[in-house]
Write a protein that binds this ligand. Structure first.
Ligand code: TXA
Ligand code: MG
Length: 322
């Protein structure tokens, strides 16, 4: 299959891209679309065959459910059983990088939920994604547009590197704003459990209901396997650089470091240590280091508060072997 990239750089190109993407989605074909977090591989969430094509292109196990992206808020009640906390969260953070896990309704195909009693839903804030979802008029199941277990794409070029020849269309909306995947929260009537840290930090969710730290009532995000978001090059997280062997090693640093002699390659993710910038550049930096044939990558650890928790979660998964 030949993979076409559709630009959105001017109004005419944008209109064409939205129309072609929506037509393909309605016809049951997967299309890679930009979101404000990472690129997603979207399919009509109500069409099991279309969703099956997403699993196939990604080589994703069927046990790992998909996030459903709603065209508008009316769809929430049609797909899920909401509650007061969920509605308040949606009002505050949607469209945006927060995914809510709620009891499902039966119209959601089993393939999408991996047979679970819950469905994960969000509304993307990316103008291109929103336009395509509205034009298609159907909720879109969209996992990150990478092959399973690999680094999520934050540019259209990254999507090609992952899925060239496996899908028909990629809509190029430029680099993603946040650069890491949405926060996933299991939302009960009086409790929130964070299943994946992301751009909306735990501290902000705690204002809506108490967070259960460890006890999640047995619910986890099945895709949150230990090893994930992983470069092929072994990655280790270090507190500081003293004593680390630097031979043929790369450094992934969230702020500039003075002691950089001896590294074969260095990626500084932010000149000022701004964690938003670090998140936005994280996966592109990992990909560049991964392409350089290094023996290993050292990643500098950071404080796990706010966005730091989400970035550290990605580094820990990239560091996990097997
Ligand atoms: O930012 C994002 O969330 C991106 C963009 C494209 O929207 N999507 C994304 O999808 O990261 P994916 O498939 O790469 O990660 C979705 C995670 C997986 O770990 C999956 O197991 C979990 O969400 N998940 C999906 N449905 C779930 C459910 N019903 N209960 C618990 N976890 C669920
Ligand atoms: Mg993913």
């Amino acid at each position: 299959m030949k993979t076409a990239i559709l630009p959105t750089s001017d109004d005419a190109a944008l209109a064409t891209a939205v129309e072609r993407a929506a037509d393909a989605l309605v016809a049951g074909e997967p299309v890679a679309l930009p979101t404000e977090t990472v690129y997603g591989l979207a399919a009509d969430a109500l069409n099991p065959l279309a969703c099956a094509r997403v699993f196939e292109a990604k080589e994703r196990p069927l046990s790992d459910p998909l996030i459903v992206h709603l065209p508008d808020l009316d769809w929430l009640d049609r797909l899920a059983q909401s509650n007061v906390v969920a509605l308040r969260l949606a009002e505050r953070f949607w469209p945006g990088p927060l995914t809510l896990v709620l009891p499902r309704r039966s119209v959601v195909p089993d393939l999408v939920t991996a047979g679970q009693g819950t469905v994960a839903v969000r509304m993307s804030a990316h103008p291109v994604f929103r336009a395509v979802a509205l034009a298609a008029g159907t909720p879109l199941a969209a996992p990150s547009a990478n092959r399973f277990g690999r680094i999520s794409p934050t540019t259209a070029e990254h999507v090609l590197a992952e899925l060239d020849g496996r899908i028909g269309l990629v809509v190029d909306g430029g680099p993603c704003l946040h650069g890491i995947e949405s926060t996933i929260a299991l939302v009960g009537a009086d409790r929130i459990a964070i299943l994946r840290h992301g751009p909306i930090p735990a501290e902000e969710l705690a204002e809506f209901a108490p967070l259960n730290g460890s006890g999640r009532g047995g619910v986890t995000a099945p895709g949150s396997l230990k090893s994930h978001y992983a470069p092929a090059t072994p990655l280790d997280i270090v507190e500081d650089l003293s004593g680390a062997s630097r031979e043929n090693s790369g450094l992934l640093a969230w702020h500039p470091v003075s002691d950089e002699a001896g590294f074969a390659s260095i990626e500084v993710l932010s000149q000022t240590g701004d964690l938003r910038e670090v998140a936005a550049n994280l996966y592109a930096g990992m990909r560049r280091l991964d392409a350089r044939g290094l023996n290993r990558i050292l990643a500098l650890s950071m404080p796990g508060e706010g966005l730091g928790a989400a970035i550290m979660e990605r580094l820990q998964k990239a560091a996990a072997r097997g």
